[in-house]
Design a protein around this ligand. Structure first.
Ligand SMILES: [Zn+2]
Length: 81
């Protein structure tokens, strides 16, 4: 990956912000992209996730959020031990 060559994985809208031109690593696809330094997902993977979320019914979204929060609460409770 050459960061000087634009990619669909980049977030060009981040470039105008301070720290918006970092070479980042996507935790989903393991590819590099250019964007804000704290981004963890490339634009391609973010779009896929967004499309999947949009396809869910409100009930499915609520169920998924409840499972995610249960996981977060469990992780934090284990940190307190
Ligand atoms: Zn990705």
């Amino acid at each position: 990956m050459n960061p000087l060559v634009p990619s669909d994985r980049d977030w060009p809208e981040d470039a105008k912000h301070e720290n918006g031109n970092y070479l980042c690593h996507c935790l989903t696809c393991d590819q590099h992209f250019v964007g804000y330094k704290r981004r963890m997902t490339c634009k391609v993977c973010a779009k896929i996730a967004q499309d999947k979320w949009s396809a869910l019914t409100p009930e499915q979204r609520a169920e998924k959020e409840a499972r995610t929060w249960a996981t977060v609460r469990k992780l934090f409770s284990e940190l307190d031990k």
